[in-house]
Design a protein around this ligand. Sequence first.
Ligand SMILES: NC(=O)c1ccc[n+]([C@@H]2O[C@H](COP(=O)([O-])OP(=O)(O)OC[C@H]3O[C@@H](n4cnc5c(N)ncnc54)[C@H](OP(=O)(O)O)[C@@H]3O)[C@@H](O)[C@H]2O)c1
Length: 244
Amino acid sequence: MEAQTSETLRDRVALVTGASSGQGRAFALGLARAGARVFAVARREELLRSLVTGICDSGGDAAYHVADVRSVPAVFDLVDVVLARYRRIDILINAAGIGFRAPFAELKRSEIEEMLATDLAGAIYLTQAALSSLVKSAPSDVVNVASIAGLEGFAEGSVYCAVKHGLVGFTRALAQELKPDGVRVTALCSGSVDTEFFDRFRPTTERSLRLTPEDVVSVLLAVLTSPPHVLFGEVVVRPRVVRS
Ligand SMILES: NC(=O)c1ccc[n+]([C@@H]2O[C@H](COP(=O)([O-])OP(=O)(O)OC[C@H]3O[C@@H](n4cnc5c(N)ncnc54)[C@H](OP(=O)(O)O)[C@@H]3O)[C@@H](O)[C@H]2O)c1
């Protein structure tokens, strides 16, 4: 498994947003361990720098760029920066995201706008900006980090569910459109994962029942190392209770 993972991903260039913490950081580390070259993006520079230093100190290849995915020009600039460094993009992971959970009447306009601009518009514009590079390096992958909230609705998650449903719809349609180009588009739909996300999002499950970011890394690597003709569409991963 390790050998297959390494061979499939070796030297592939992976652009990972949301790489400063949580799942995006774990994806960056997992991809680097599998031999990919990682370009990490988020707003908190210190965290990106320590991630990249750690990868490079372990013999990997990584770089970072500070960008706010809510800014459309910044998203297009970011692709220019990746191409200046690595000349190609083989894998795009749209993991930058934020969620606020509250009764709909109490959601602030700033929170609604931040979710729409980060989780949905940010992923859409970055995918568009990276598209010609992804087509050039096909077979290539786009993985949109959606959520169970993209497949189901739950109380006090109205706008978060709306943006993640939007991301799943975007993924489904784009997956069909880009099939002939050899670009596989997948939505990763996980249940609760134990990350900083819950600093802002009022939890729906208790902490002991959450997945770890590493659990989701194994799912991501399974998608990325599957044969290029395999299309998952949505991958759903949830915690399960294991009785001892
Ligand atoms: N945790 C869960 O239970 C769960 C479940 C399913 C799906 N998800 C989704 O998984 C993704 C990753 O979340 P996480 O659980 O890993 O939480 P997290 O630790 O809070 O990570 C969120 C990441 O997004 C980045 N980010 C947020 N706003 C950004 C912006 N405007 N521009 C650039 N980067 C931005 C953050 O970096 P900076 O703050 O440094 O910019 C951070 O790296 C999100 O899309 C989330 O919706 C989470």
